[in-house]
Design a protein around this ligand. Structure first.
Ligand code: ZN
Length: 185
């Protein structure tokens, strides 16, 4: 836990933070049916085609939210990640807040070299942003914090959805090397 950050929260936010920290997994009803869709995302990314990647990533998202019986999220997939000297943005989540759909924004190329993002990184970012959605929709939280529980929920989704062949190299994910993923609320 980042104590400086935590101490800056008000009482209500601390209660939400603690609730978020307690849940360590999101068990999916039928993860095996999602793995082929993840493979489709992988193939689409490999082709470098934005329209195809968006189509399959949206399909994967819809299948997850439909399995859970919650509202769908509309994906905006964009080309090159925005960046400054300190960070590169991977993804954003926008709760509905009066709009028809909650939205998610992802980018498929790195800022510096404009290379297509590695599949596992892309999948993890997609599921990271989806975890913000699940915090509101499944856990009923009024805010979505990056707690230890949140990252464990993210990992639980990755483990369930990642096709078996790609599993081994995610055994030791390095969170330190991961650039910050911003959250929009
Ligand atoms: Zn986040």
């Amino acid at each position: 836990m980042l104590f400086g950050y935590y101490n800056g929260l008000n009482f209500k936010q601390k209660r939400i933070y603690q609730e978020s920290d307690r849940v360590v997994a999101f068990p999916l009803p039928d993860p095996e049916t999602l793995q082929p869709l993840a493979t489709k995302v992988q193939e689409a990314l490999r082709s470098g085609r934005l329209d195809r990647t968006k189509k399959w990533a949206q399909h994967l998202l819809d299948s997850i939210t439909d399995q859970l019986g919650i509202q769908r999220v509309r994906l905006d997939l964009l080309d090159t990640r925005p960046s400054n000297s300190k960070m590169e943005l991977h993804g954003l989540y926008y709760p509905a807040q009066g709009r028809k759909y909650p939205r998610m924004k992802l980018w498929m190329r790195t800022a510096k070299r404009r290379q297509v993002v590695a599949f596992k990184t892309f999948l993890r970012t997609l599921l990271h942003e989806l975890c913000h959605h699940l915090d509101y929709e499944c856990l009923g939280l009024q805010d979505s914090f990056h707690t230890e529980g949140f990252y464990r929920r993210e990992s639980s989704l990755v483990q369930q959805i990642l096709p078996p062949l790609g599993h081994s190299s995610l055994a030791h994910p390095s969170r330190q090397k991961r650039l910050p993923t911003a959250k929009a609320v």
